[in-house]
Design a protein. Structure first.
Length: 167
């Protein structure tokens, strides 16, 4: 049970964790971005995916070149020419954003759900000394996935409110 949850935690740490930290504004600022344009982004299925902005990234570290980059899930549609402090994750720039926070909290919950249900199933089977039919744990899985959607929405709304109050 512990190993399964550890694997789930590790996957969250590796996959959505850096994006979530950047969307929350955790960690040092990697540089600034001068916005060229912002647009409403869509995913590969045509669904709304927040606001993205393109522009020139200027790193804080000396010796690194300036380059074009995309600000993923921007907090707001920025005016052309404005400058934003950003954190980089896997070639994309992030600023503190409620939309990014909500998205990556939801992704974290969606990853954790199956690992939680599987670990509870193994725990119950070990406790009873025989393999359980597992039907109840499918419901745990579904409930965990639904809870992750709600928690992601709440986290995104809370982050949006906090960013609006602070900045």
């Amino acid at each position: 049970m512990v190993v399964i949850l550890a694997v789930g935690g590790w996957l969250i740490w590796v996959l959505p964790g850096p994006h979530l930290a950047a969307g929350l504004g955790i960690g040092p600022v990697d540089g600034t971005m001068t916005i060229s344009s912002c647009y409403e982004a869509t995913d590969h299925q045509g669904n709304d995916d927040g606001t993205d902005c393109t522009g020139m990234y200027t790193p804080r570290a000396e010796g690194e070149p300036r380059r074009r980059i995309t600000l993923d899930k921007a907090a707001t549609s920025h005016r052309a020419g404005s400058t934003v402090e950003v954190r980089l994750v896997r070639g994309r720039a992030y600023e503190p954003s409620g939309y990014a926070t909500g998205t990556w909290v939801t992704v974290s919950g969606l990853i954790l759900g199956p690992f939680l249900a599987l670990s509870l199933y193994f725990r119950a089977s070990a406790r009873d000394g025989e393999w359980s039919h597992g039907g109840d744990y499918v419901l745990v899985f579904i409930a965990a996935e639904l809870v992750s959607l709600v928690v992601g929405f709440i986290a995104g709304a809370t982050a949006t409110l906090a960013i609006a109050l602070v900045g």
